[in-house]
Design a protein around this ligand. Structure first.
Ligand code: FMN
Length: 191
């Protein structure tokens, strides 16, 4: 039985009925058989404070361990005021710190997201790509800006629109291939 790569899924929203969480769940379904996914909490992380770097809060330790244990990271984020939502940027900052303990470096990632707006979280994604590239993540290329419409996710939790499903399947497949290429089977089996 092959050991599948482990993906940490981060939703950049702390809203109970987040559209981005629905999209993230549908993307995980598109990755079935290619990776195993674990949703990682960010809504319980305290506000970043450099004073706490010598004695990291328990939630931060848990979060950094979850990222470190993952073979890849899927980030599905809304756009807040044309940028990265504060709850997600807070998680990014904790992941990056303390100096020398950057949890993101060298990890493959797929960044996407949705918004009811026409440009589908494009600016938030672009800002996040800039930040995560600076932190050493290995991002898959291309642009997956998804405008949320009522038929985007169907009642079963799948991407409902054929064209969008095919489009997103391409991203998920390329992400899975990159993660598999960077994570040898032997290493996964030993984890
Ligand atoms: C504080 C705030 C700022 C927002 N700014 C934007 C924006 O810049 N662009 C956009 O397309 N939508 C914006 N929206 C609308 C969000 O796209 C919408 O609330 C969406 O449902 C958020 O995703 P979520 O359901 O996953 O939380 C904003 C919403 C909030 C609450």
């Amino acid at each position: 039985m092959p050991v599948l790569p482990q993906i940490a899924v981060i939703v950049g929203s702390n809203r109970r009925v987040s559209l981005n969480r629905k999209l993230a769940q549908a993307l995980v379904r598109l990755g079935a058989g290619k990776f195993d996914a674990k949703f990682v909490r960010i809504d319980d992380l305290p506000m970043y404070n450099q004073d706490n770097e010598d004695n990291l809060p328990a939630e931060v330790v848990r979060f950094k361990n979850e990222i470190a244990a993952a073979d890849g990271v899927l980030i599905v984020t809304p756009e807040h005021d044309r940028s990265i939502p504060a709850v997600l940027k807070n998680a990014v900052d904790w992941g990056a710190r303390p100096w020398g303990k950057n949890s993101w470096a060298g990890t493959p990632a797929f960044i996407t997201g949705t918004s009811p707006g026409a440009i589908g979280s494009a600016l938030a994604q672009q800002h996040l790509r800039s930040v995560m590239t600076g932190l050493g993540m290995i991002l898959i290329g291309g642009e997956a800006y998804i405008t949320f419409k009522s038929n985007l996710i169907d009642d079963q939790g799948n991407v409902g629109d054929d064209g969008t499903r095919t489009f997103l399947q391409g991203f998920v497949d390329r992400f899975a291939a990159l993660v598999a290429a960077l994570t040898p089977q032997a290493e996964r089996a030993a984890a």
